[in-house]
Ligand binder design. Sequence first.
Ligand code: PLP
Length: 382
Amino acid sequence: MNFYDEEIKKLVQKDNFRQIHNIEEKYDKYLTVNGQKMINFSSNDYLNLSTNRTLIDNFLTKYKNTNEFIFSSASSRLLTGTSRVYKQLENNIANLFKKEACLLFNTGYQCNLGVVSSLVNRDDVVFSDKLNHASIIDGMKLGTSEFYRYKHFDYENLEELLQKHRKNYKKAIIISESVFSMDGDIANIKKLVELKKKYDCLLMIDEAHAFGIFGNNLTGICEKENLLDDIDIITATLGKSFASMGAFCVSSKTIINYLVNKTNSFIFSTALPPSNIIWSNFLIEENFNLAKEKSQKLQNLINNAHKYLKDNTTTQIIPVIIGDNSKTINIAEELQAKGFFVLPVRPPTVPINTSRLRLSLTADITFEEFKSIIDTVNEVLK
Ligand code: PLP
């Protein structure tokens, strides 16, 4: 047996082998697998905009005959891959965040990978929350700076690390997600701002799971907590609430100019297709009110859901931690059989022995549907 067969066998033995699902149809809050239609409780399409037929039809009617409605940029942004619509989208996003400048990336993964690996160098250091997304971890591994990972949300641990190590490096950057993707808990951004000021660091926040949901301009938690001015770099994806593809970094003009010149994942990759950029603009510029309406609907569901759960969290992501891999798989399958599409999340996506169901709420799910999945989870767990 060769190395790869062995590795697969080990994954299967640990109930940790992943397979790509055969999803037959996705529409609004529903999804069909093997002929069974279920409510999708595993979606990042938080505002249920991605399959909205009216939006798609309006978009096509308006843009399909325009010159820029094409499906390839056929070039990197620095060659011939930038046209008016890219700048328009970057300006729209920078204005929403009230930041000087914005730079688009092809995905959130490429954005974090590139930004983290290029912003700090050999004489520098990163302090990163232990549960930060793989794209941030991979960025630290790819870069040449030293990095330290503080215990999740343990800001005393972060301060100990800052006290001990900050002085040994030139530049330093603290990195955290705002809403954590697998736990749905929210970082204490105010504390992070305090520490970044005290220890002369840059502060970078990934708003992937908050952009489109929180704050008056829907930019996320930093805006909601009135802290935007104190955050040096914000990244987020367009592939979740804003139902598109791509991602961005907002910051000062200087930092964005630096990234344009130094970030390989930006420089050496074909830009997103113009048709996709026009769709993102269509959602952000022309249909912002619809997004706000949907986010309000989602907020109401989130509030009612957490009242029902009697917990202290306030986001659309609700983890049900089971621990064991095979038990988590079995419970997910039982829930699927009962009409709720829930997936088991296992290591390395989450720490060992914390396998879980990750329930995500989307705008069009009703409170009754939410109650019904929670009651079913409780029954299955008995
Ligand atoms: N950052 C976080 C916190 C995420 O959860 C994700 C998830 O996909 C990403 C970045 C990557 O974004 P994208 O899917 O656009 O690559």
